[in-house]
Design a protein. Structure first.
Ligand SMILES: *Cc1c(COP(=O)(O)O)cnc(C)c1O
Length: 378
C-alpha cells in the first residue's frame, strides 16, 4: 500500500508572527529542540527504567519532578498527558458518579468533559454580568456555600486560574482559603498560567493544581503537570496489588518520550521566563492600548488585563467585511500577506490573540498592520 505525504510541512512559527494564544507559550527553546531530536524515538526515556517512570535517573526524571514540584510550590508532582487528564484524574478519584462539583463559568470545555467522563454533576459560579466577565471570589463563595446548604456536601471545587476566552486571572489564594474554610477539596486549573507566571500551590493552600506543558511550559507535549499536597498521595497515587511498583491512576506510566524530554529541557528556561511576567503583562497592556486607538476595536474581559491572552470586540472589522468582495476572509488574507497569522479565517466580529514573547518591534508591526488595514478599507 502506498501513502500520500499527508501534507506534513509546517513553517508557521518560522515564517510568520503567530497571534494564536494557544500556541505562544508552547514554542520550544533551542535546548528543547535538541531534546526532541534525541528523544524522538518511542519509549526513549525507558533505557534505564527499573519499573517506575518517576524514579528514572538517566535522564534524571526523578530530580526533574522534584525541581518541578519546587517550581510550583507543591509537595508532589506527576506528569500526565495534559491539563485535562490531570483534571479528570482528580475528579474521578475525589468524587463518585452522581456527586456535584462546583466550577467557574469561564471554565474550559475540557473541565466540562472531564466532569462528564467522571459522571459528576456541575454547578457553575456565574461571571460578572458586564464586559469584564470576571469570576469574583465573592460569587464563588456564595455559590459554594449555597451548594453545600442544598446538597449537604460538595467534595470538590475547580477554578480556572486564567481562562482561555478572556484571559482573566482569578484570585487563587482567596479560592484556596474559601475551600479550606468550607472543607472542600480545591483544584486550580493553571493551563494558561503555569510556566507563564508564578504558581504557589502550598502558599495558596490548594490541594491540587494542573498545568499544560504544550500550552504554557515550552514543551512539545502532549504533557500535563499534576501537583498535589502529600496527604493525597495514597489516594491519587495508589499502587496496583498485582504490579506493586505501578500507580493505577497513572496506568503505570504516563509520558514516556519526547513530551517529557522537551518539558525537562525547557524547565530552566521556563523558570527564568516566569521572572519576566510583570513585564509581559505591561507589554500586553500597551498592545491593548495601541489597538484600542482604532475606532471600533475594544478589549473585553478584565481591563486593564493581567494576562497576555486578550480578547477584542471588533465591529469596525465586521463592517468592512460586509462590503468587501472577499467577505469576512479579507482580514485573514490581509494579515497573512503581512506574515501575521493566528486569527481564525472568516472571523471578524471579535478575536482573541496573544503577543506573548514577541519583541517590541514585532508588537508595533502588528498594531501598525491593523491600523493600515482599517485605514485602507474603511
Ligand atoms: C488549553 C486549556 C486546557 C487544555 O489543556 P491540555 O493540556 O491540552 O489538556 C485546559 N484548560 C484551559 C483553561 C485551557 O486554556
Amino acid at each position: 500500500m502506498e501513502c500520500e505525504n499527508y501534507n506534513l510541512t509546517r513553517d508557521m512559527e518560522r515564517e510568520n508572527l503567530n497571534l494564536n494564544p494557544l500556541q505562544r507559550g508552547g514554542i520550544l527553546p533551542e535546548a528543547a529542540r535538541e531534546a526532541l531530536y534525541d528523544f524522538g524515538d518511542g519509549y526513549s526515556v525507558c533505557d534505564y527504567c527499573a519499573g517506575r517512570l518517576d524514579e528514572i535517573n538517566k535522564p534524571s526524571i526523578n530530580n526533574f519532578l522534584g525541581d518541578l514540584a519546587k517550581f510550583i510550590d507543591s509537595d508532589l508532582v506527576r506528569t500526565v498527558h495534559g491539563a485535562r487528564e490531570g483534571k479528570f484524574t482528580v475528579i474521578n478519584k475525589i468524587c463518585n458518579p452522581g456527586d456535584s462539583v462546583v466550577i467557574d463559568s469561564n471554565a474550559h470545555y475540557t473541565t466540562y468533559i472531564a466532569c462528564e467522563r467522571a459522571g459528576v454533576e456541575i454547578i457553575e459560579v456565574p461571571s460578572t454580568d458586564d464586559n469584564e466577565k470576571k469570576i469574583t471570589m465573592d460569587n464563588y463563595k456564595k455559590t459554594l456555600e449555597k451548594s453545600i446548604d442544598e446538597l449537604g456536601e460538595i467534595k470538590l471545587a475547580l477554578l480556572t486560574h486564567v481562562d482561555g476566552d478572556y484571559g482573566n486571572l482569578t484570585d487563587a489564594k482567596k479560592f484556596g482559603k474559601i475551600c479550606k474554610d468550607l472543607g472542600v477539596v480545591s483544584l486550580l486549573n493553571c493551563a494558561y498560567s503555569m510556566g507563564r507566571l508564578p504558581i504557589k500551590a502550598n502558599e495558596w493552600e490548594l490541594d491540587f493544581v494542573v498545568g499544560s506543558g504544550h500550552k504554557s511550559m515550552a514543551a512539545s507535549g502532549p504533557i500535563g503537570v499534576l501537583g498535589m499536597k502529600s496527604e493525597w498521595e495514597e489516594i491519587i497515587l495508589n499502587r496496583s496489588p498485582k504490579y506493586p511498583k505501578k500507580e493505577v491512576e497513572m496506568l503505570g506510566c504516563t509520558s514516556r518520550g519526547a513530551p517529557i524530554a522537551t518539558l525537562m529541557a525547557s524547565l530552566p528556561y521556563v523558570i527564568e521566563r516566569v521572572n519576566n511576567w510583570d513585564s509581559e503583562v505591561q507589554k500586553s497592556r500597551k498592545f491593548v492600548k495601541e489597538l484600542e486607538k482604532i475606532d471600533g476595536i475594544r478589549q473585553i474581559g478584565e481591563n486593564p488585563t493581567k494576562h497576555d491572552l486578550v480578547r477584542f470586540n471588533t465591529p469596525i472589522l465586521h463592517e468592512i467585511g460586509l462590503k468587501h468582495q472577499r467577505k469576512g476572509f479579507y482580514l485573514y488574507e490581509e494579515l497573512k500577506s503581512r506574515k501575521i497569522t493566528g486569527i481564525k479565517r472568516g472571523q471578524t466580529e471579535w478575536f482573541k490573540c496573544s503577543t506573548y514573547g514577541m519583541t517590541d518591534k514585532q508588537r508595533t508591526y502588528i498594531v501598525d498592520s491593523f491600523k493600515e488595514i482599517v485605514e485602507k478599507l474603511s
